[in-house]
Design a protein around this ligand. Sequence first.
Ligand SMILES: Nc1nc2c(ncn2[C@@H]2O[C@H](COP(=O)(O)OP(=O)(O)OP(=O)(O)O)[C@@H](O)[C@H]2O)c(=O)[nH]1
Ligand SMILES: [Mg+2]
Length: 390
Amino acid sequence: MYETQPVHSERAILFGLCHPGSDEKERGERSLEELGALAEACGAEVVNSILQTRSKPDSATYIGKGKLAEIRVAAEVLQANLLICDDELTGSQLRNIEEETGLRTIDRTNLILDIFATRAKTREGRWQVELAQHEYRLPRLKSVAGELSRQGGGIGTRGPGETKLETDRRYIRRRIQKLKKNLKELSIHRELLRQSRNDRGVYTIAVVGYTNAGKSTLVNHLCHSKLFVADQVFATLDATVRQLYLPGNQLRQKDTVLIDTIGFINKLPHQLIEAFKSTLAEAAHADLLLIVVDGSDPDADEKLKTTRILLHEIGAGSIPQVTAINKIDKINRIDISSVLYSLSIDDGAGPPVEVSALTGDGLDELKIRLDKRLNDLAQSPLRIDYVLHR
Ligand SMILES: Nc1nc2c(ncn2[C@@H]2O[C@H](COP(=O)(O)OP(=O)(O)OP(=O)(O)O)[C@@H](O)[C@H]2O)c(=O)[nH]1
Ligand SMILES: [Mg+2]
C-alpha cells in the first residue's frame, strides 16, 4: 500500500499479540499488516508474521518464552535478521527477546520514529523527531548498550548523534533540555502567528485524519497549492497554512485558512505526540476540523475511530467537525460501508461529504458544507465568547 524505499536488506519477522476472540484476531492481523507496510516503507522485507493469542503480555518477554523459541527456529529457516514487535516494548523485554533469539529487535514505536527521522525536512520537524527519539531511547539505554549493538545502522538506528546517544546518558539529558528549549522558542513563534491570525479575524480549518488519507491532496485542490503529496506514510510532518476562498468569507467578513497537518496512525507513539505538540496544537486551536477518511480503505472505519481518539488526546475532541470521505473515484459510492457512513455523521454537521481530492468530485459540496459550518460558528454566542477570551 505504501511506497517502498529499499534502503536496507533486512529480513524481518513481525510479531504481535491479540486478545482471545475472532474480532480481536482480525484486528491483530490488520495491525500486523499495517506494521508490515511500515517496515517495508523502511526498506525491510517481511518474511513472516506471527500473531499470538494472550490475554496480556508477558512482563519479561512480551510474547512468552515458548513462542520466542519458535520464532528463533523460524528465523533460522527463513534467514531473518530482524524482529519487529507490534507494540512498544520495555527495555528489559527488548533485552530478553534479543538474548533468547539472538536477533536484533525493534518495536512499533522505534519503527515509526525511524520513518519520521527519514521524512523530517524542516528544522522544527527534525528537532521534534530527535526529541522523541531521545525520550524513547533514554529508558532503554541499558538494553541497547549490550551485546547487540545498534551502531551498525539499519532500521531503528537512524537519526542524529547515534554513537553518543547510546553511551552517554548525561549527553542525552542535556540534549533533551536543549531541544525542548529550542522547540519552546519555535512554539512561541507559532503562537504569535496564530494570535495574528486571530487578530486579523481569520477562521482556521485544520485538515486532519489517518496518514495517507489524502489530506494534502485535498488542501492542494481546494487552495490551488502545491504541498508535497506521496503514497507513503507520514508524507507531511509540518503544519502548513493555505488561504481558502469560500463564498461566505465576505458575508462573515473574515478570511478562511486551511491547515494541513501530520497524519495519525494507530498506536501513535506518545513520545511523538509530546514532541510534536506545537505542530499538533494547530489542530487543537482550529475553529473547525475537516476530517479526511480514505473511503477506499477496507479499514476506514477503524482508522476513523483512531483519528477521533487521537483528536481527543491532543485536546481537539470537541471542536466542530465536517467529515469528508475521500478517494470515491476508486470505489462505488454504494460500497461505502454503512458503518463508516454512520461513524462519519456528526451531530452538528450532518452526513459526511463524499469527495475525490484527485478529480475534484464533490469539492463544491464540501465547500458549501464548510461555509455552512463556519456560518453556524459565526452566529453562535459560544463562538463569540471563545474568540473574545482566548
Ligand atoms: N485515487 C485517489 N487517490 C488519492 C486521492 N486523494 C489522495 N490520493 C492519493 O493518496 C496518496 C496520499 O495522499 P496525500 O495527500 O499525501 O495524503 P496525506 O493524508 O496528506 O498523507 P500524510 O501526509 O502521509 O499523512 C497519494 O498517492 C495521493 O495521490 C483521491 O481522491 N483519489
Ligand atoms: Mg500530507
